[in-house]
Design a protein around this ligand. Sequence first.
Ligand code: TRP
Length: 453
Amino acid sequence: MTEITKSAHGAWSSRFTFILAATGSAVGLGNIWKFPYITGENGGGAFVLVYLACVLLIGIPIMIAETMLGRRSQRNPIETMELLTEEAGADKNWHYLGWMGVIAGLLILSYYSVIAGWATAYIAKAFVGSFFDADGTAIKTLFDDFVASPVQMIFWHSLFMAATLLIVVRGVNKGLEKAVQWLMPALFVLMLLLVGYAMTTDSYFQGLHFLFAPDFSKLTSSSVLTAMGHAFFTLSLGMGAIMVYGSYLPKGVSIAQTAFIIAGADTLVALLAGIAIFPIVFANNLHPDTGPGLIFQTLPIAFGNMTGGWIFGILFFVMLSIAALTSSISLIEPAVAWLVENKNVSREKACIWSGLAAWLLGLASIFSFNIWSNVKFFDRTLFQLLDYLTANLMLPIGGFCIAVFAGWIMKQQHSEQELNMPNAQSYQVWVVLTRYVAPLAVFFVFLHVVGVL
Ligand code: TRP
């Protein structure tokens, strides 16, 4: 057995900061921007139900597994996989899992930063009063004009990427922790406020019905794949982000308990976003399947018409940008940690190179909303392709491998020791979910999508 020695890796100052940082990573554009629009595109209730089942049966066990792998090795994902493969006496090819994570992180970051740039741009729009008294049509024109302009989008994308790098460059304790401590509670309060506004529209129940009344006739195999992919995306699973965060987690902290807290908070924010958005959609005769612009075409209507909407609008988009920031730092961290720890690169240089790569690729997503909107592969624009490739394919494949590794390859004695659950039954439940339920679920969804079943 290989001795697991301590590395020169950073560490969280407490369990609470880990929870904050992992929640910061999980809660982001995925919850507030992506969840509502994909729910709208996939018909509502039934999709939401599948998504919730995926979070519970696949997401949480894999989150526990991924955190555990990171904490056991206390290293970056690539080294974690190298070390744990050796410890388990397993095949060297498992190393590639770490690699895929680093690459998936940069691919996601490229378009994530573009959308986060939209959120940041909307702070400015809120500030100058663009939403004031506006109706659905005016808000839609505002959005359409914005995404038609590559120059504006590049500006905000660059600004957001620079902010991400500034935080990441400062390292674990100074950068990551500080950024998340006050954000989560504030974001939560603003979401409640928006739900409050949604309740005053006369489409409140129609919105709730859309979200929570399942109509299974609307469920296709591709929407099941999207729901599953989103469970990975929203919990930041499958590419090593949570592994890296787990590697900074002090020994002795209960991994399972923290996973439940994080997944619970993440799901709550997504549902609140849905509850706030769909009533506004219906009240203004908008369409749920509007696509990636959905929240940018609905929430400003609420801000433009509610008392105090000016300040709430600014606050909301500030929060959304910061929520995106606490996620984007986790997308780049695996690449940075690896460059620093393996390639002897300074943290500054590691940030610049990884950031530059993601920034450049981000331009492709920007152009796919305007000058390249006709460039399509497999019927998808470059933005849609990147999203599909990462969220629907790479993350579930990464998660599948993590589950198989933690459930089958790693010695049970090691996982049991690392998880240190309060009783044998909880550990057994996790083993069953990680060995059988999660990998088989991912496998069958894939089979179904390729049409074998
Ligand atoms: N979970 C984040 C969100 O919902 C996005 C994200 C951050 C992510 N880190 C990740 C997704 C790692 C997948 C993997 O917005």
